[in-house]
Ligand binder design. Structure first.
Ligand code: AMP
Length: 249
């Protein structure tokens, strides 16, 4: 079984994001970038399936600017076998990403695509679902457990009411959630080995996909500053504050 894992380069989750003065977006200048954390979990899942013998090849894919190659090198150092970089400068909306992934699926014929449940920069949570719609493949979203089952795959999904287990027919799209696994750190020897692994370059034009944005960002604002907390001396004072100051009881 062959698995495709799309990985996105995003602002590192530890960085305090700053909004640009003209409110057109967030400041990316001199900001640490890393692999989207959910995509690390997706790579880890694919590599574990390879180690368990159920997967024969793991192909990492990214769509983005030249520097996104670093993200592919991380995926290769974690254990992906080879990588594809669709080079594109500027915004890419989930629809365009999913259309390009669909083209790569046509070319590569994987049995499964494992994505993050969402990219932490735009929080869209759309790409896997759109890809599943475009391909007509089964989808298991918000996955926290994956098991092989007769000719398919059984996944546990994190839903509002608890955990839901569904059996998917192959080929399938999975989007992975936080509790699925703890991704490994790439070891130095593997980082060195990853430098020699193949990264194929492509362009959106070669894939025949129009990447023009369909949405206009009107404005980006910082969330309102949080009010500081306060300590209360007694239950009576707490009740009085909740009643008189906050108005919730
Ligand atoms: P989103 O729908 O933008 O929240 O992204 C969900 C998932 O789609 C991510 O976790 C990635 O696995 C994949 N993805 C989104 N954008 C890209 C991109 N530019 N390159 C590679 N993978 C992407």
């Amino acid at each position: 079984m062959k698995v495709l894992v799309p990985v996105k380069r995003v602002i590192d989750y530890n960085v305090k994001v700053r909004v640009k003065a003209d409110q057109s977006g967030v400041d990316l200048a001199n900001v640490k970038m890393s692999m989207n954390p959910f995509d690390e979990i997706a790579v880890e899942q694919a590599v574990r399936m390879k180690e368990a013998g159920t997967v024969t090849e793991v192909v990492a894919v990214t769509l983005g600017a030249e520097q996104s190659q670093e993200t592919l090198r991380t995926a290769l150092a974690m254990g992906a076998d080879r990588a594809i970089h669709v080079v594109h400068d500027g915004e890419l909306e989930p629809l365009a990403v999913a259309k390009m992934l669909a083209k790569l699926v046509e070319e590569e014929s994987p049995d499964m695509v494992i994505l993050g449940k969402q990219a932490i920069d735009d929080d869209a949570n759309q790409t896997g679902q759109i890809l599943s719609g475009l391909l007509g493949w089964s989808q298991g979203t918000f996955v926290s457990k994956v098991e092989a089952s007769d000719g398919g795959v059984k996944v546990t999904r994190e839903v509002d009411a608890g955990l839901e287990t569904v059996a998917l027919k192959m080929p399938a799209i999975l989007t992975v959630d936080l509790r699925l696994n703890e991704p490994r750190y790439a070891s130095l020897p593997n980082i060195m080995k990853a430098r020699k692994k193949e990264i194929a370059k492509k362009t959106p034009e070669e894939l025949g996909v129009d990447t023009a944005p369909r949405l206009t960002i009107v404005k980006v604002e910082e969330p309102p500053k949080r009010q500081g907390g306060a300590k209360v001396g007694s239950v009576e004072e707490l009740v009085s504050k909740l009643h008189n100051d906050v108005g919730v009881i």
